[in-house]
Design a protein around this ligand. Structure first.
Ligand code: ATP
Ligand code: MG
Length: 451
């Protein structure tokens, strides 16, 4: 993309309404624009990152054997009345009536709708196990929408639902989700720690929230610092293996890590004092096994091998796709702007032409642009007639992890400058070597293509 032809409405001033850094930088980098409280338009740069995050989530869900689909945002209230949640959900649910006076709602989540699909089409254990998911806009009429996309009213969420014959099978599905979530967050350059969470009215031990540590997080968390040493890495995993998935769950959840809702001071005190941490975190996902709650309410039964009908065991599993943009920025920025991890960066590399209009500099930039594009990467070429300082400030603000700077002086010596946004370190290389290096860096990252 050439910056002269892109739509990147960066702001020079700090927007006064933004209280936290991710919100500030998303507005300043021209990623989002508020349309109403907690509701945003996604401008091209923000949309691009959103789609990259979404792609990672899709790829990891499909890798785990989960099946993508799409359910609508607007739902009839009938199913919610059947499950009893129409009254229970409270004011967070946006209720609408259509021209015929029928009760509708903008879905805050989809347990009812998916259970209805299941009961209409599946009746036998032979069709199980089954996990369906979608990535769709949700609406929750939050009392205090704030922090930009972090706590929106309209937000983008992956929600998946597993259907299993037995509790054991459903717990395997739970573990599979835990593994696939760990992989997803790591590909985004994030550490998200599974923490034992509150089962709410359903109760039980089977729910974990994934938290990104950040001072601006809304949750108070208590953990053994040893959990921060765990990484999933690129180890192979067989998602059909009950033992392997269970092993990962045990490895990642055996150390103390809880949100304030489930915090147990006595247990926490068993952690060696020097490893006890009290901090804040951003919830970027939650997994849940809730048994037969919805299948009983909605009559979603399956016939087992013995011919007997029983309610199907279910769980639901969510990732806050749009919130993740904020969480990633909270975890990765400096005073100049965002620092995107390679896995989600909107463009792989910036090209800054120090002297636009200089024949040699222009030609060198063009050939870098072509070489990177031919290698399957997306460069962002700042080809505007602007001063170098302004170009650098924009690149730093929008946070591309790598920048190639091209100027007549360097070109006389046959070199361009390659700079890491994260470390600020630069090296002089031939243009070919710079391209080669960028290509190698991204060969180690499975990035989704943006739009
Ligand atoms: P919270 O406690 O933050 O209100 P929740 O536990 O009610 O979230 P879930 O139903 O678990 O949310 O939804 C799954 C994921 O969707 C959450 O982990 C979070 O990342 C994201 N999410 C929930 N509410 C919002 C919101 N208002 N804005 C943006 N993302 C959200
Ligand atoms: Mg939650």
């Amino acid at each position: 993309m050439r910056l002269s032809r892109y739509f990147l409405p960066v702001l020079k001033e700090n927007p006064s309404e933004a209280q936290i850094v991710s919100h500030r930088y998303m507005l300043r980098a021209g990623m989002i624009k508020q349309s109403a409280a907690g509701i945003y338009s996604w401008l091209p740069l923000g949309f691009k990152v959103l789609k990259k995050i979404e792609t990672i989530v899709h790829e990891e869900q499909m890798r785990a054997g989960h099946i993508p689909m799409l359910m609508p945002t607007l739902q009839s209230a009938d199913l919610w009345k059947e499950s009893g949640r129409y009254d229970d959900y409270g004011q967070e649910m946006l209720r609408i009536s259509d021209r015929h006076g029928r009760d509708m709602l903008y879905g805050p989540t989809n347990e009812e709708l998916i259970t209805d699909i299941f009961r209409s089409h599946v009746g036998s254990y032979k069709d199980l196990p089954l996990t369906l998911y979608h990535i769709q806009w949700k609406f929750r009429d939050e009392i205090r929408p704030r922090f930009g996309v972090m706590r929106g009213r309209e937000f983008y969420m992956k929600d998946g639902y597993n259907f299993d014959l037995t509790k054991e099978d459903a717990l395997h599905a739970y573990n599979r989700h835990l593994v696939s979530y760990l992989r997803s967050y790591e590909r985004m350059g994030l550490q998200a720690i599974p923490m034992r969470a509150d089962g709410g009215p359903i109760g039980g031990d089977y729910t974990h929230e994934f938290l990104v540590l950040a001072d601006t997080g809304e949750s108070e968390v208590f953990y053994d610092s040893a959990v921060t040493d765990l990484t999933f890495g690129d180890r192979a995993i067989d998602y059909d293996s009950v033992e392997q998935c269970q092993g990962v769950l045990e490895e990642f959840t055996s150390k103390y890590a809880r949100t304030d809702e489930t915090h147990d001071e006595a247990l926490f005190n068993e952690v060696p004092e020097e490893r006890r941490r009290v901090a804040r975190g951003i919830e970027v996902g939650q997994i849940f096994y809730f048994g037969t709650k919805y299948s009983e309410a909605l009559g979603a039964n399956v016939q087992g091998p013995d011919g007997k009908q029983s309610p199907v065991h279910m769980g639901s599993h969510g990732i806050g796709v749009s919130r993740l943009l904020g969480a990633i920025i909270e975890a990765s920025h400096d005073d100049k702007g965002i620092i995107w991890p390679e896995g989600v960066t909107p463009f792989h590399c910036g090209i800054v032409n120090l002297k636009q209009g200089d024949a040699e500099a222009d030609a060198a930039c063009e050939s870098l642009y072509e070489a990177l594009t031919a290698a399957g990467l997306e460069p962002l070429y700042d080809d505007r007639k602007e001063r170098a300082g302004g170009k650098f400030a924009t690149m730093d603000l929008i946070g591309l992890p790598w920048r190639i700077t091209v100027g007549p002086r360097g070109l006389k010596n046959g070199v361009v400058e390659l700079t890491s946004r994260r470390t600020g370190e630069s090296e002089e290389l031939s243009p070919e070597a710079a391209v080669q290096k960028i290509v190698e860096i991204y060969a180690n990252h499975q990035t989704g293509r943006g739009f």
